[in-house]
Design a protein around this ligand. Structure first.
Ligand SMILES: Nc1nc2c(ncn2[C@@H]2O[C@H](COP(=O)(O)OP(=O)(O)O)[C@@H](O)[C@H]2O)c(=O)[nH]1
Ligand SMILES: [Mg+2]
Length: 289
């Protein structure tokens, strides 16, 4: 099995001869770790300077330096709910990244905090998607608003908001389609949903758009963020599947490139496997500390 990025970084830092080869290796390495060519070059350049000024003497010094450089490039974000007003979370992402699973986990998390949570089945493109959400709703004891498969996702969201307002519920988690006949259709549907939420009087402070990124997909995450950010202005990322051979580097790149903070991390398939993003812990594990 391929060794974890952090472990390999640590091994590289065992060399301790800060010649040109070292910094070139570091740059290659960061690219392999999904930080992208631009960021990898910036970090290795900054490391060159730091190595001169701070004179690191051991592996850990170097790891901490990389951590510091990455730290200024990503941000954690913890959404706040209110009991006196309805909040809507739109959950976006390509097929299979873990949207529906993340919704179920978030529902559980907020229910545990005493909020009334409702699920909205706006992935009407696949019948199975509605059924899957319904199974979660039943297990979690959450209300579900759905229509038949193939119906207008915007209409599902409209109904969901009307119904949640009438009942005084606190949070709607909206499941969305990750794929349609073509990209333009998908973008159009998503921006329609976006307009409906705003049109129903949900203001920016009570409306968040999350993109789910599968942490094993690496570079693809960048183009996904680009695509969805075009349709709706993304507020935060959810990193799924961080339990498997995760490649967290892409997340740093997305966070920096699009200035999107990270809200939650999914680490498994059970409802309890979701946590607010802990930047320190994430960076420690990324650089092998
Ligand atoms: N190991 C692991 N599997 C996950 C996680 N999140 C989702 N999955 C799995 O990924 C697959 C796709 O998830 P799903 O929520 O249906 O994706 P969607 O198409 O975006 O709604 C399912 O088999 C999930 O069990 C996670 O954090 N860890
Ligand atoms: Mg789904």
């Amino acid at each position: 099995m391929k060794k974890k990025f952090g472990d390999r970084l640590k091994a590289l830092f065992g060399i301790k001869i800060f010649n040109e080869q070292f910094f070139e290796d570091l740059e290659d390495f960061l690219i392999e770790g999904d930080l992208g060519a631009k960021l990898a070059m910036e970090i290795s350049d900054e490391m060159r300077k730091l190595a001169k000024s701070e004179k690191p003497t051991n592996q850990e010094d170097l790891q901490l330096m990389v951590k510091r450089l990455l730290s200024s490039r990503i941000r954690a974000y913890l959404p706040e709910l209110h009991k006196d007003e309805l909040t809507v979370f739109l959950i976006l992402g390509v097929n299979g990244v873990g949207k529906t699973t993340s919704i179920a986990k978030m529902a559980q998390m907020y229910k545990n905090q005493g909020y009334e949570v409702m699920l909205a089945a706006a992935d009407t493109f696949r019948a199975a998607a509605i059924d899957q959400l319904e199974v979660h709703a039943q297990r979690l004891g959450c209300r579900l608003v759905k229509q038949k498969s193939g119906s207008d996702p915007g209409s599902v969201v409209y109904d969901a908001i009307t119904s949640a307002k009438a009942r005084g519920e606190h949070l709607i988690l909206v499941d969305t389609a990750g794929r349609m006949h073509n990209k333009e259709n998908l973008l159009r549907e998503l921006s329609k949903i976006d307009k409906i939420v705003q049109g129903r009087g949900i203001d920016a402070a009570h409306y968040m758009k999350f993109l789910v990124i599968d942490s094993t997909t690496g570079q693809n995450g960048i183009s996904q963020a680009d695509l969805f950010n075009q349709a709706v202005k993304l507020d935060a990322l959810i990193l799924s599947k961080y339990d498997s051979l995760a490649k967290g580097g892409a997340l740093v790149q997305i966070g920096e490139k699009f200035a999107i903070p990270i809200a939650f991390v999914g680490t498994g398939e059970t409802y309890a496997d979701m946590h607010p993003f802990d930047k320190d812990e994430f960076l420690d594990s990324l650089v092998g500390l």
